[in-house]
Design a protein around this ligand. Structure first.
Ligand code: GLV
Ligand code: MG
Length: 346
């Protein structure tokens, strides 16, 4: 185990010091762009004003013959666009692929000072994070990168789920983690062809009671994994995210999946289609009624201690902390979104 004193040391001479606290940023949606498609790249300057994070995808869904073009397109996009407060991320190819090394070397060497986060797919254990951590430190030193590039892992293998706590705490470079339900389903031999969401056959039946059909209740296939991911991330002080929802025609199901993840502790999700941007905006911001109630708690208990009754409900130090989670997020949303600021009376 790495000793506490060494944990925050740069891994290469000349690399920037690792962050002790993650930057506080609103990341309701990580919007995926295929950077080899010129038409899509042309939309990025406009996209930057609509989303919290723009991600250039180099991995799955990019055809093998377009891998180099996607990398070049991403670098071009990173160079030419002013991202302002919007995050610039890339999803590189998996570490065992023929492209990962050049993805990392070429991107850090060219736009390393603009890149915020590298999303690493198919993370099996902390060893994957350690490898990328060391390589990034060497490249940051070589290219005089001013701030450390963070790592976001995709939780999408059975082995990764087994090692989720070790992955979350593998490095101070860890930004967070996203659930990857498509690869995870394949890795676990789950019997579904869907990308996220429920399955009509994963359900419980109400008890048999005389005649008539028995009620059936569909269950959430991802509840267990999201729960494990949220606990691992919260314990390590990093951010959990729901990943992709593949059925673009079913906005209601997408919204429900995103909301379950939000209520359980996730901070955002991927948007793979423009229609999912608005869904993520609506879901990953607290409900104004909840914020109004949170305000009542915070005002009734200014020092966060003791117990009071509000609208017949008991409040104490723990509900004060819950209220603070909601209010802090509301303030972050309000700072970026004047409509929401008005709804929150902030
Ligand atoms: C995402 O990468 C997934 O496999 O779901
Ligand atoms: Mg995947």
């Amino acid at each position: 185990m790495k000793l506490p004193r060494q944990f925050f040391q740069p891994l290469a001479i000349g690399a920037p010091s690792p962050l002790r606290e993650l930057p506080i940023r609103l990341e309701r949606m990580i919007h995926f762009v295929p950077p080899h498609v010129e038409k899509m790249r042309a939309k990025v300057p406009e996209l930057v004003r609509q989303v919290d994070v723009v991600l250039g995808n180099l991995e799955d869904a990019i055809p093998v013959e377009a891998k180099e073009a996607a990398r070049k397109g991403f670098i071009e996009m990173g160079r030419s666009v002013d991202f302002g407060q919007t995050g610039l991320w890339t999803r590189i190819n998996a570490l065992n692929s023929p492209w990962a090394l050049d993805d990392i070397i070429e991107i850090v060497g060219t736009i390393g000072n603009k890149l915020d986060v590298i999303m690493l797919p198919k993370v099996d254990g902390p060893w994957d994070i350690h490898y990328l951590d060391q390589l990034l430190a060497q490249l940051e030193a070589r290219h005089k990168i001013a701030k450390p590039i963070l790592i976001h892992a995709i939780l999408e293998t059975a082995q990764g789920v087994n090692n989720v706590e070790a992955i979350a705490s593998a490095s101070p470079r860890m930004h967070g983690m996203s659930l990857g339900p498509a690869d995870l389903a394949a890795s676990r031999a789950m019997k579904t062809t869907r990308v996220g969401g429920g399955h009509p056959e994963y359900k419980v039946l109400a008890d048999a009671a005389g005649e008539g059909p028995r009620a059936a209740y569909q269950q959430d296939l991802w509840h267990y994994t999201v729960g494990r991911m949220v606990d691992a991330c919260a314990a390590a002080g990093i951010k959990p995210f729901y990943g992709p929802f593949g059925d673009f025609s079913d906005a209601a199901a997408c919204e429900t999946q995103f909301r379950n993840a939000f209520l359980m502790g996730c901070l955002g999700a991927w948007s793979l289609h423009p229609s999912q941007i608005a869904i993520a905006k609506a879901v990953f911001a607290p409900d104004p009624a909840e914020v109004a109630f949170a305000r009542k708690i915070l005002e009734a208990m200014p020092d966060g201690a003791g117990a009071v009754m509000i609208d017949g409900k008991m409040q104490d130090d723990a509900t004060w902390k819950q209220a603070k989670v909601l209010m802090d997020l509301a303030k972050l949303v309000a700072a970026k979104d004047p409509d929401m600021a008005a709804k929150y009376a902030l």
